[in-house]
Every structure is written in structure tokens, then in C-alpha cells.
Design a protein around this ligand. Structure first.
Ligand SMILES: [Zn+2]
Ligand SMILES: [Zn+2]
Length: 824
């Protein structure tokens, strides 16, 4: 009798044993090479979801594989535990964010343990604990010391629903809040920033070293940084003579400037109209714009809107006067907030000119000519030849760009300049559930950093959210009343907290020495384990989290704590798990919960299925039949080992003839081929095909043991390989089977199976060659021979040639791997 495959009992038993023996503890061993395998840590919003299972199962296979191929492996887990959802839950459910968060950490931790992931649990971290955010604050102070953290007035993206500002990166392309979908509104506020722009060039340059990153992620980052080469030009304001600097990527259109634009937020706007009749017009204009997002203002189809400010600038190149307007589509944040307008060659400028009756002047003639400012219906933005451009007339625009820049530089009117689309990172949030910014304000001394030895600035956890979910920190004197560290006088603490992206920008450093209390990381541990060798996570983090982490790593290097510049050597972005082709969501009612499947079919089944669903990078659609199929396969393996291998299983069978019978050789060949294929596929993250190969091997063992009494050594080799190869995918059952077949120690501590290249070579099959339907020959060919080659080999064999008698075949019918019929 085969005992039932009792996944519940098996999984429970091994979880407890692995935990008590600390089987997956990471130990730095200088005599071994290392692998740091990292999965993006979860936001604890409840139990694990299928996205977690997909990501973490990938990571676990990689970690388990490297442990068995001679590496010391660090595979940690923690929680990105600050953030808005905890507050939203508090608003809705009346539960404190801290309690909600810690409760969810319990839930997800429990699921991750049940899934058998081989984390070193002794390194678990949580970003909302003082022992962690003390160092988040420490990094803030280091940034402040180096001028990398600063406070400035800025037009910010305000989410009215979340009652907080958002970083540009947190505003979706349609102008809505990344977290809640509400349309973001602009608001002018004094905010904290990290000067990521001063690292723009290094962030770009170092991408050269990121060979292990997906190309699309690099492209997204490159576009986000948005480096462009152009020119800066100073235009002189007629009324005061002051210079206004603009940036343009197309200096060859400078002779086409017919007016000049300022962003509505540009400080000059108010100055120019102060006390004039235009003041009211500007006010009305701003009112029309209030509540419009940047996205709405700059959308190509947005109606162009503006006000003449009553002044002019002089174009240094031709001395012409151009009227100054403020316009809705000009942003203060980009460039300098002032732009030259070239309506003939810029569509927005063209529309603005059309609305306000401003002149249009063609200065770039398209290759096929015929552009007329009187008749053109849209701007021409393509390449061409410079015309009406004084000494530059006749030059191709690209060559003209350099010539104009030379001319600007020679005359001191401006010159070549590089511009980035990247803005500084806005890190302050008017929220409660985050790491307090370690700054105090003193009337005498201004902003003063909290001394390092006074860290952490504790977030009081005994406060309730204020009316409307607002932060209680500015309403709590026991929090904000303090002494100035510089003069000892009364001072007030900063009540803003940090963006949670700050917490997650350095967490992978903390794992190397999670309990270090002399600094954020211990040098020896960091030197051994860092950088991360393999990072795995969702493509949705392609820009924000990865860019911020790269920035932090460069800053940490500049602080002298490490000697490398990039945190993640290799990056794998896994696809989303969907149900019926749609993203799983509560509102659609199509959520499948890992816990249910673990209860019913076991963690091994769930892991195996999710890895078998398809290549990791692609999206995967959940199927209940699929998961049942994975469960049946595990049952089949379980029965195979009991019925065909364990003592007493097969004695009744008659022995196969001799040691050299083809069946033995074929079994061995399949075993070695499977080891070879699975090893290669794991290294290439083709986990789905790796699982297929193991399934084929199990089928092969059934077949072999059905033909007659198998050779004990051949069978042992095959069964041992199957269990060993499947171990990273289904760690519980394989551990149980390993023990049952008398394996020593844990299967997860065994050296990875090796293969014999000779035995692993594709086996030969016999190919039947027919001529006009009659069997004329049998030839031996490799089993995986392509069809073309089958045809060739059949036509070339002796008997086929004999029966063809030099005739051209009319048709050749190929049955792959079996038969070729030549029709003459
Ligand atoms: Zn929001
Ligand atoms: Zn002071």
C-alpha cells in the first residue's frame, strides 16, 4: 500500500525542522564565492498574494540552486512597512496604522513560511521599526551635511484625497495619483528635496555596467533622466535690461523667435504686471488654471491660453524685439521656466501664435521645400536647411546647431548646455505613518539637524489620526516641542515624514548586518555580500525604486562606506499573474488567494505551478486546471518512488536481459540529459521548461520500470536525480522523499547533481525510410534531428538511392523522429 501524499503533514514537519535547525542561515565564508539573491520586499497590506508567490518562488529556486553549487548565499526577507495604505485602513477601519501594519506582517510572514522559502529569518527587517528608521534618518542627515538634502519652495503635486504632496514619479501620465487615482492639483509649498539631479550624469554613465539588466528597464531610466544637448541663450528684458536665460535643444531656430513665454509661476510675471491694468488679467488667467495639472496644461490638445505682460525681450542674434507672454503650457519646473517661442517650428507655439495673432517666421526649409508662413496649417518640426537666418542661411539644421552655439559663445550671449528632464526628489510628506525628518527649527538658528547621537527621532505610536486622516504630528506639542541642539533655546520639530521610497532605497544594505548599531551597515559584511547579485521584482518598479536605490548607492559610496556604485548586478523583472486575462482585484472579484491553495493542495503544488506557468518575464494567467495538474504530477512522483523504487516494490518482475540492454542505456541517457537541461534552464531562468524536463524524467522512470526488472543502480541514479532536481521547486516533498530513500542530511544541502556529457548526448532513434510506401531502409539518427535533416539523411541512404534509380522525388513526407516516405 502506498501511503497517501499528505502534503499538510509533510510541509508542517519540514517547516518546523528547517526553522529549528536554521537551515538557511547565511554565513559569510571568505573561502567561498557568494551570491546575494534578493526579492523586492513586500508592502504588508495583508496575507501574501499571487504576485508575491510568483516573485518569491523564482528567488527561492535561484537561492536554493546556488547553495548547492558551491556558493554562500544570502537570501533575506523584510517589510516595506511605512506608508499610506496603513493610514487609509486606519481611516476606514478605526485600527491604528502601527497595529494594522504589524498584524499584516504576521499574516504575510506566516504565508511566506508556509511556502517554504529559504530565507535567513534571523535577518528579517521592517522599515517602521526604530532600529531601522534610525538609519533612514541618519542617511537624511548625511545628505543634509553634503547639501544633498535641502528645503525649497516648489510647485508641488498635491493629492487632495491623500492630503499629501507626491513626487513627480508618483503622478501617473494621466495626471492622477499613483496610489488613489485622484487627479493631482498643483500647490505651492516649502518642501524637502534630495538633490538627485547632481547625480544625473553618473546615473546615466553607470548604466554601461548594468549588462545584467533588461534593456527595457535601462531605456525607461534613460528616458526618465532625459538628457538633452542644446544651448542656453540670454534674452535681455527691454524695460530693465535684466537677462532672462532660456534653454533650447534647437538653437538653429533662434532666428524664428517671434515672441517669448514665461511660466505662470515664474517670479517675473508678478513683477512685470504689478500696478498695471494687466494685473487683473493675470489674476484671472491664474484662476482659469488653478486646479489644472501639469499634464492637463501641457497636453498637446490642451487649449493654449496666456496673457501679454506688457514687456519685450531682445533676441541677441538679430536684435529683434519679441513680446513677452505668460502661457499655460510653460512649466517652471522644466528648464528655466522661460522659453523662446518659434511658432513656425513648434506646434504649441504655432497654436498660441494663431490664437493671439502673433507672427510666424519660417527659418527651417524642409527637404522638399514649399513652406510658407502665410499658408502653413501646422508647425514644421522636422529637419531641413536654415533660411532667413543671416550668416547661417543655407546650413543644414544639425550643422547649424554647432555653428549657432559657437556664435553664441563667441559673443557671450550663451552657449552649449546640457539639460536633464530629471527633477530633484521631493521627499517630505505631510503624513503620520513614516520616518520623521530629523530637523528642528529654531527662531535663532533656523533649520538645525538633530545630532546623530539623538537618533532615532521616534514616531509616537500612541497618536490617533486627526480629522480627515490628517497627520497628528503638527497637533502634538509633546512631539514637536523641543530644544534647539545648537543654542538650547525653544525649537519646533519638523512634522513632515519621509517618502516611503526613502525607506526602500537602502534596505538591501541593512540585510547584510541587520542588527548593527554602530552604523547602517558593517563594513566586513557589506564587503563580502554586496552588491546584490540577483534582484527580482516587478516591472512597475523599473523607474522609481530602482533609480532611487541607484542614487542612494552612489551617495553611500561617496560617504566612503562602500567601494561600488551600483547595487544590483543582475535584474529580473517578473510578469504579472492575472486571472481570466485581467489583473486580480477585489472589485473584479477575481482574486485567488495563495493561502487557500496551500491548505487544499499544498505549498509545493502552488510553487511548482506558478513556476511552470511560463517564462518569468511574461504575464501568466491563473488556471485552476493548471494547479490541479501540478498537484497530480507531485502525486505521480510520490507513487512512483513508493511503487517502483522503495524496497519491496518490484521484486515480482522478471529481470531485463543484461546490463547493456538498450533500456538501461536509454534510462541513463535520459537521467543525464535531464540534469544537463534543468541545470542550464535554471541558470537561464527558464523555470517552466526546467519543470517540463523533470516531468519527462518521471515519465521515463515509469516507462523503464514497466519494461521489466530495472537495474538497481540505473534506477537509483534516475530517482535520485528526479528528487534532487525538483528540490528547489518543491522543497517539502523532495525533502520527504530524500529521507525515505535513505538520503543523508537534507536534500537541500546536497551538491547539485552532475552529468556525464557523453551520456547526456541526445539518444539515437531508428528512422524508417520508405520509397513509394514500401520500407526500404532503417537508419539511426539523433532523436532531436530537425525535419530538413531527416529528409536529407533519408534521401542520402544507400537503399533509398538504389530504389530512386536517379529519379527526382515528387514529394517527401516526413513524420518527425519516425519515418520518411519518398514518393517518385
Ligand atoms: Zn492620492
Ligand atoms: Zn537655536
Amino acid at each position: 500500500m502506498v501511503p497517501e501524499y499528505d502534503h499538510e503533514a509533510i510541509e508542517k514537519k519540514w517547516i518546523e525542522l528547517w526553522e529549528s535547525e536554521e537551515s538557511y542561515r547565511a554565513v559569510a565564508d571568505p573561502s567561498l564565492p557568494k551570491k546575494y539573491v534578493l526579492v523586492m520586499f513586500p508592502y504588508p497590506s495583508g496575507p501574501a498574494h499571487m504576485g508575491h508567490v510568483a516573485n518569491y518562488s523564482l528567488g527561492d529556486v535561484v537561492a536554493r540552486y546556488y547553495r548547492r553549487t558551491g556558493y554562500a548565499v544570502l537570501h533575506p526577507m523584510g517589510y516595506d512597512a511605512f506608508g499610506l495604505p496603513a493610514e487609509n485602513a486606519a481611516i476606514q477601519g478605526g485600527i491604528h496604522p502601527a497595529e494594522w501594519t504589524r498584524r499584516n506582517i504576521e499574516l504575510i510572514r506566516n504565508d511566506l513560511k508556509r511556502l517554504g522559502y529559504s530565507y535567513d529569518w534571523s535577518r528579517e527587517i521592517s522599515t517602521c521599526e526604530p532600529e531601522y528608521y534610525r538609519w533612514t534618518q541618519w542617511f537624511f542627515l548625511k545628505m543634509y551635511e553634503r547639501g544633498l538634502a535641502y528645503k525649497a519652495d516648489a510647485a508641488t503635486n498635491w493629492c487632495p484625497s491623500c492630503s499629501t504632496v507626491l513626487a513627480n514619479e508618483q503622478v501617473l501620465p494621466d495626471g492622477s495619483c499613483e496610489r488613489c487615482g485622484t487627479l493631482v492639483a498643483p500647490r505651492w509649498l516649502n518642501q524637502w528635496f534630495f538633490r538627485i539631479t547632481s547625480y544625473a550624469e553618473r546615473l546615466l554613465e553607470d548604466m554601461e555596467d548594468l549588462e545584467g539588466w533588461p534593456e527595457r528597464v535601462l531605456t525607461m531610466q534613460k528616458n526618465w533622466i532625459g538628457k538633452s544637448r542644446g544651448a542656453e541663450v540670454d534674452f535681455e528684458l527691454v524695460s530693465t535690461g535684466e537677462k532672462i536665460r532660456i534653454y533650447t535643444t534647437r538653437p538653429y531656430t533662434l532666428y524664428g523667435v517671434t515672441f517669448f513665454l514665461l511660466a505662470p509661476e515664474h517670479p517675473l510675471v508678478d513683477r512685470l504686471v504689478a500696478g498695471t491694468e494687466r494685473e487683473a488679467e493675470v489674476k484671472a488667467f491664474r484662476e482659469r488654471m488653478s486646479g489644472r495639472t501639469e499634464f492637463e496644461r501641457t497636453a498637446l490638445e490642451a487649449e493654449k491660453d496666456g496673457v501679454f505682460l506688457g514687456d519685450y525681450v531682445i533676441n541677441p542674434l538679430n536684435g529683434e524685439k519679441a513680446p513677452v507672454y505668460t502661457a499655460n503650457f510653460v512649466l517652471l519646473e522644466y528648464g528655466t521656466g522661460a522659453v523662446m517661442a518659434v511658432p513656425a517650428h513648434d506646434q504649441r507655439d504655432f497654436e498660441f501664435a494663431a490664437r493671439y495673432g502673433l507672427p510666424v517666421r519660417v527659418v527651417i526649409e524642409p527637404p522638399d521645400g514649399g513652406l510658407d508662413s502665410e499658408t502653413m496649417t501646422e508647425a514644421y518640426e522636422g529637419p531641413g536647411t536654415m533660411v532667413s537666418s543671416d550668416r547661417f542661411t543655407g546650413m543644414p539644421n544639425e550643422g547649424g546647431k554647432e555653428a549657432v552655439c559657437d556664435h553664441l559663445e563667441a559673443n557671450g550671449w550663451g552657449g552649449r548646455a546640457i539639460n536633464y528632464r530629471l527633477r530633484d526628489w521631493l521627499v517630505s510628506r505631510q503624513r503620520y505613518w513614516g520616518a520623521p525628518i530629523p530637523i528642528v527649527y529654531c527662531d535663532e538658528c533656523g533649520a538645525v539637524p538633530v545630532p546623530e547621537e539623538d537618533l532615532p527621532v521616534l514616531l509616537p505610536e500612541d497618536l490617533e489620526l486627526a480629522e480627515g486622516g490628517k497627520s497628528p504630528l503638527p497637533l502634538t506639542p509633546s512631539f514637536y516641542e523641543t530644544e534647539c541642539p545648537a543654542c538650547g533655546g525653544p525649537a519646533r520639530r519638523e512634522t513632515d515624514t519621509m517618502d516611503t521610497f526613502v525607506d526602500s532605497s537602502w534596505y538591501y544594505f541593512r540585510y547584510v548586518s541587520p542588527r548593527a548599531d554602530g552604523g547602517p551597515l558593517e563594513h566586513d559584511e557589506a564587503r563580502y555580500w554586496m552588491p546584490v547579485d540577483q534582484y527580482i521584482g516587478g516591472i512597475e518598479h523599473a523607474i522609481l525604486h530602482l533609480l532611487y536605490s541607484r542614487f542612494f548607492t552612489k551617495v553611500i559610496r561617496d560617504l566612503g562606506l562602500i567601494d561600488f556604485s551600483e547595487p544590483f548586478s543582475d535584474l529580473l523583472c517578473q510578469g504579472m499573474v492575472t486571472k481570466d486575462g485581467a489583473k486580480m482585484s477585489k472589485s473584479k472579484g477575481n482574486v485567488v488567494t495563495p493561502g487557500d491553495y496551500i491548505d487544499r493542495l499544498g505549498a509545493d503544488t502552488l510553487r511548482l505551478y506558478i513556476l511552470f506557468m511560463g517564462p518569468p518575464e511574461l504575464g501568466k494567467d491563473w488556471s485552476d486546471q493548471g494547479v490541479e495538474g501540478a498537484h497530480r504530477f507531485l502525486g505521480r512522483l510520490w507513487r512512483m518512488v513508493h511503487e517502483r523504487y522503495l524496497p519491496g516494490a518490484e521484486d515480482a518482475q522478471a529481470p531485463l536481459e543484461d546490463q547493456d540492454a538498450p533500456a538501461h542505456r536509454e534510462m541513463r541517457s535520459l537521467t543525464h540529459r535531464t540534469i544537463k537541461n534543468v541545470t542550464r534552464d535554471i541558470e537561464e531562468f527558464a523555470f517552466n521548461t526546467a519543470v517540463s524536463f523533470i516531468m519527462e524524467l518521471v515519465n521515463g522512470i515509469y516507462h523503464y520500470t514497466s519494461e521489466g526488472r530495472p537495474d538497481a543502480a540505473v534506477l537509483t541514479e534516475a530517482v535520485t536525480a528526479a528528487i534532487n532536481l525538483l528540490a528547489p521547486f518543491a522543497p517539502f516533498m523532495t525533502e520527504e522523499l530524500w529521507q525515505l530513500i535513505g538520503g543523508q542530511g537534507s536534500v537541500h544541502a546536497q551538491p547539485w547533481p552532475s552529468f556525464d556529457e557523453e551520456l547526456a548526448r541526445p539518444r539515437e532513434v531508428t528512422l524508417v525510410v520508405q520509397v513509394n510506401g514500401k520500407v526500404r531502409d532503417r537508419i539511426s539518427v539523433p532523436a532531436d534531428i530537425p525535419e530538413d535533416e531527416m529528409k536529407e539523411r533519408a534521401l542520402a541512404c544507400r537503399n533509398a538511392r538504389k530504389y530512386l534509380e536517379g529519379r527526382e522525388p515528387r514529394k517527401v513526407i516526413v513524420v518527425p523522429g519516425k519515418l520518411v516516405n519518398i514518393v517518385v
